[in-house]
Design a protein around this ligand. Sequence first.
Ligand code: PGA
Length: 236
Amino acid sequence: MKKLFIVANWKANKTSHEAVQWLQKFQISNVQYQISNKEVIVCPPFTLLPFLKSYLLNHKSGLKLGAQDVSPFPKGAYTGAVAAEHLTEFVSYAIVGHSERRKYFHETDDDVIAKTERLLESNITPILCVSDMKQMEYFLLKGEVIVKHASDVIFVYEPPSAISGGGVYRPEDPLTVDKNAAEISQKIGKRVSILYGGSINPQNYASFFRLENIDGGLVGQASLDPVAFSRIITNT
Ligand code: PGA
């Protein structure tokens, strides 16, 4: 049985109070998920990381923590930045290259490569979002580290058009997802871990998770609801 990575991307949502409510409901509705073949990773805003780290330890939860971004620079005189060295205190994973970072914060492919490098140097697993094959080709061309450490990276095939918006789910067709995921592995030259992201919900997750070339999902909107997110985890 393949190992599934199910990642909750909370984006810029939830205060500490709301996070506690989520966790309480999640624990209640989360009837025993098989931790052995699933890694469930919650990526909250930076501000919640210290609090959630102790909460999860105190409540003996199997949930793992991830960040939603990292600075492309090491620690130092970079006002407002959160460096990979800071994140090592709290997380073992971090999302990089999300298309919303590109769209709203004008991040470039080179920024994403630098961020991935900083994470790898700090032994944090990058959850690297890839919008399309053109971007993947750029990473292969310029991101030597990504290619060299491809087995330490979790790739996410996430076409921006599939990301839910305004409460509407608009997932990519599973056959296209499988084909593009296979192409990512093929371009790298070996089978790597690849998730699908974009409008995953309790109704459609199975059609993605069972694909040969997919190892789980990056879940945005549906992860904000603890009951919906539990369903995605428990039924897989
Ligand atoms: P969505 O978001 O599940 O709401 O489409 C996924 C993401 O943006 O990572």
